[in-house]
Design a protein around this ligand. Structure first.
Ligand SMILES: *[C@@H]1O[C@H](CO)[C@@H](O)[C@H](O)[C@H]1NC(C)=O
Ligand SMILES: *[C@@H]1O[C@H](CO)[C@@H](O)[C@H](O)[C@H]1NC(C)=O
Ligand SMILES: *[C@@H]1O[C@H](CO)[C@@H](O)[C@H](O)[C@H]1NC(C)=O
Ligand SMILES: *[C@@H]1O[C@H](CO)[C@@H](O)[C@H](O)[C@H]1NC(C)=O
Ligand SMILES: *[C@@H]1O[C@H](CO)[C@@H](O)[C@H](O)[C@H]1NC(C)=O
Length: 471
């Protein structure tokens, strides 16, 4: 019997492991990050709470000689003191949140009805020392982050209500008498209101698209591959992180590999992107038909010693000007396979397979195919981040060229290969390196800045740890 149970358990484990998809993108929020999120959330709430309109309150109070019906309406929050909650991860569950010392001032209008008496006026309501103690559970629901309230308790220190207008001098003593009851009613409303707010957040999360457009050609699938992992020191999200072409989405001929982003608890957030994430982007761009360019002579600077025309190419290919004298040329350069990135402790290697198709442009503007050159190259890059800038150095490791096909007969490829190699190493790479030395702005969520950041290239993935600041 016991053996059978073990077998079933093993079977279940292997089945679930077969189903679990490896994530290509991982994000970790540390305790520092959670505290920052708590501060940002509080200041957002503080800025928005003034615009909240409160629902009207209707009730009846029995004052011994009958009951008074009242309506409190047109209530608005005049001021609010919101201390930053203390937040902590609750292992395996989510986040616990505690706050005390909240106070709120509300102003509104009152109407009451007692027998044949109708009266109205305005009032001030001050609620002091509200405290809230809650635990939020984080999970995943249909590949989204889900959030719900599992524990909530609230308390209210004291309540002051002042009625003005009408015959309020008559009611005020009753209000003072009932202030304890008012306090209890307010206390009973806090958790339901909080839960309603979290419910709103949950529906917002559920409605968020899993396909996030990145520019006009590709999108990233950001569905969760498993439930958020919550330890006492942080929270980890495992995201599919696969790119697809918007117009022709398809799966690449390679698979994600398991990796684990290191938790940097001294930074607010840590992010890890695997080779698969980057390579799926390259594949998506290739599928979208973006990795190609048509080079025409007017793209080449006037001062360049080399121009795209058949006379000039006669130096390299003697038979070309004899067959097609003095014609402009065009070159279609394209990636023939997905450029493959690999991360190997401190170094990024890129393996490129590209082809260049050359055409002569005849007098009737017809493109006459001449030949195709196939290029295989590997480039290695050292990259690092400095503040919000991505910096690095590129180096060409290998560059080989072969004649893929020709419509003008064979010709020696050595001189062209030498020229291209020269052009790439002396013209292209130094320009790119100069750009990389100054740094490229790391794209990040607008409105937030990365203040400290460190990027490391690990085996199979790249990791970035950063602090977020609000300018
Ligand atoms: C995203 O990936 C998930 C899991 O593989 C899949 O169920 C979902 O259909 C994908 N969505 C899109 C828009 O690619
Ligand atoms: C080809 O280039 C040479 C040198 O730049 C120039 O003299 C010639 O006019 C060009 N021919 C065409 C057809 O562009
Ligand atoms: C990483 O690079 C080192 C040397 O630079 C090499 O010996 C090693 O095989 C490489 N590892 C992988 C996985 O490519
Ligand atoms: C350069 O590429 C060629 C052709 O793929 C290969 O034979 C050679 O080993 C490569 N050299 C280096 C240094 O990677
Ligand atoms: C934040 O980034 C903006 C540019 O996006 C920059 O002008 C500003 O100085 C940065 N602020 C901080 C605090 O780094």
């Amino acid at each position: 019997m016991k053996v059978k149970m073990w077998l079933v358990a093993l079977l279940l484990i292997s089945v679930t492991q077969m189903h679990a998809e490896d994530s290509a993108l991982q994000a970790v929020l540390s305790q520092n990050g959670l505290q920052k999120a708590s501060e940002l959330g509080t200041s957002w709430l503080q800025n928005h709470i003034g615009r909240t309109t409160l629902p009207e309150v209707r009730g009846k109070v029995d004052i011994g000689i009958g009951s008074v019906e009242y309506v409190l309406h047109d209530m608005s929050i005049q001021s609010c003191v919101l201390p930053v909650p203390s937040v902590a991860f609750s292992k395996g569950t989510g986040v616990s949140l505690q706050v005390s010392g909240i106070s709120i001032s509300v102003r509104g209008l009152w109407n009451l009805h007692f027998g044949i008496i109708n009266d109205d006026g305005w009032f001030e309501l001050d609620v002091y020392a509200i405290s809230l103690n809650t635990v939020l559970q984080l999970g995943s629901e249909e590949e989204h982050v889900s959030i719900s309230t599992v524990v909530c308790s609230a308390d209210v220190g004291s309540v002051h209500v002042n009625f003005h207008g009408g015959a309020s001098f008559i009611y005020q003593p009753f209000v003072d008498m009932f202030s304890n009851r008012i306090r209890n009613e307010i206390r009973a409303k806090i958790c339901p209101a909080f839960q309603q707010g979290i419910g709103g957040l949950e529906s917002h999360l559920a409605a968020m698209p899993v396909a996030v457009k990145m520019g006009s050609y590709v999108y990233m699938n950001v569905s969760l591959t498993e439930s958020p992992l919550i330890k006492s020191t942080g929270l980890e999200l495992n995201v599919k992180g696969e790119f697809y072409s918007i117009t022709s989405p398809s799966e690449p001929p390679f698979f994600p590999k398991y990796f684990e982003v290191p938790w940097r608890e001294d930074y607010m957030v840590s992010l890890g992107a695997s080779e698969f994430c980057v390579n799926s982007a390259a594949y998506a761009f290739l599928s979208a038909g973006v990795l190609q360019i048509l080079i025409t002579d007017d793209m080449i600077p006037k001062a360049s010693p080399i121009h795209l025309n058949t006379s000039q190419f006669g130096i390299l290919i003697p038979q070309l000007p004899k067959k097609y004298p003095n014609m402009p040329m065009q070159v279609q350069l394209y990636a023939s396979e997905t450029p493959l990135f690999s991360f190997n402790k401190t170094v990024i290697n890129v393996h490129l397979l590209a082809s260049a198709k050359a055409f002569a442009i005849g007098p009737d503007s017809a493109a006459i195919p001449l030949f195709r050159l196939d290029v295989e190259s590997s480039i290695s890059a050292k990259a690092y981040t400095d503040k919000q800038l991505l910096k690095g150095v590129l180096e060409m490791k290998n560059f080989t060229m072969t004649l893929g096909s020709t419509e003008i007969g064979d010709f020696p490829i050595g001189p062209i290969e030498g020229m291209m190699k020269f052009a790439v190493t002396t013209l292209v790479l130094p320009k790119v390196n100069a750009l990389l030395k100054d740094g490229i702005m790391v794209p990040f969520v607008t409105g937030y800045n990365i203040s400290n950041s460190v990027m490391t290239i690990e085996n199979g993935f790249v990791a970035i740890a950063a602090d977020i600041s609000v300018p």
